[in-house]
Design a protein around this ligand. Structure first.
Ligand SMILES: [Fe+2]
Length: 233
């Protein structure tokens, strides 16, 4: 695999500062110019797909673990993400008609090489659970994908805030701005041999065939379900 540092050489990231993240944090605190994460978009393209890299820097914001802003996808589009280095948590959530009423919420834990597919209609945030090391994530997504950031903005974040207390325990606190938040179910990603989705091959090297589900989500809607993509832990 090409080293990810090569892919971003001479490229400028889009930086999300604390200033921009204020509206989705439980309690903003600290320097407003602090960069919470950097996104390098479009570092590679293939077959109507885009490859991005995200650097999620360590260090809590008050009690909250650093995270991405969060968004849903319009038009039933899916996404595949990989941990390139460090560890990641993803909080994914889904509503039916009212974005204030969450029907399903999952916490996915993943380590280097593991890949997670966010099935149709799930919104997601990425979280860096470690305080001493950055998390590097990569993703492929269809160029047809449109993001919807509004519910995360309106309700000041995802349906849970993910905090770390002084003894180093991770705590999940329901976000009171939602009307209904279900219990959080913990998952880990699994390989999907039928679609050649394995953890040994870097996501960057996946073929257009392996990633076809990103451009044709309707065809894979019943295959790429929570049950088929994850194991409960
Ligand atoms: Fe996305």
């Amino acid at each position: 695999m090409e080293d990810f540092r090569e892919l971003i050489k001479n490229k400028k990231p889009q930086s999300r500062t604390l200033e921009k993240m204020k509206e989705v944090l439980k309690e903003p605190g600290g320097e407003l110019s602090r960069i919470i994460y950097d996104v390098y978009r479009n570092v590679a393209t293939a077959d109507n797909l885009r490859y991005d890299l995200t650097f999620l820097y360590p260090g809590k914001i008050k009690d909250e673990l650093p995270k991405t802003y969060g968004h849903y996808h319009k038009n039933s589009m899916m996404e595949i993400m990989e941990v390139v280095s460090g560890k990641s948590l993803w909080l994914i959530q889904k509503y039916e008609n009212d974005p204030k009423i969450i029907k399903e919420a999952y916490l996915i834990e993943a380590k280097k090489g593991e890949k997670a597919i966010f099935p149709t209609n799930f919104g997601a945030i990425s979280i860096n659970p470690r305080e001493e090391e950055k998390t590097v994530l990569s993703n492929w997504v269809s160029l047809k994908t449109e993001s919807d950031y509004l519910p995360y903005k309106q309700f000041h974040g995802a349906c849970y805030y993910i905090l770390k207390n002084e003894s180093g325990e991770i705590i999940f606190e329901k976000n009171p701005n939602y009307t209904n938040v279900p219990e959080l179910i913990k998952l880990k990603p699994k390989e999907i041999p039928e679609l050649e989705i394995t953890f040994s091959k870097p996501l960057y090297e996946f073929s257009a065939g392996q990633l076809e589900f990103l451009n044709n989500p309707k065809k894979y809607k019943n295959i790429l379900t929570i049950e088929n993509c994850y194991t409960k832990i």
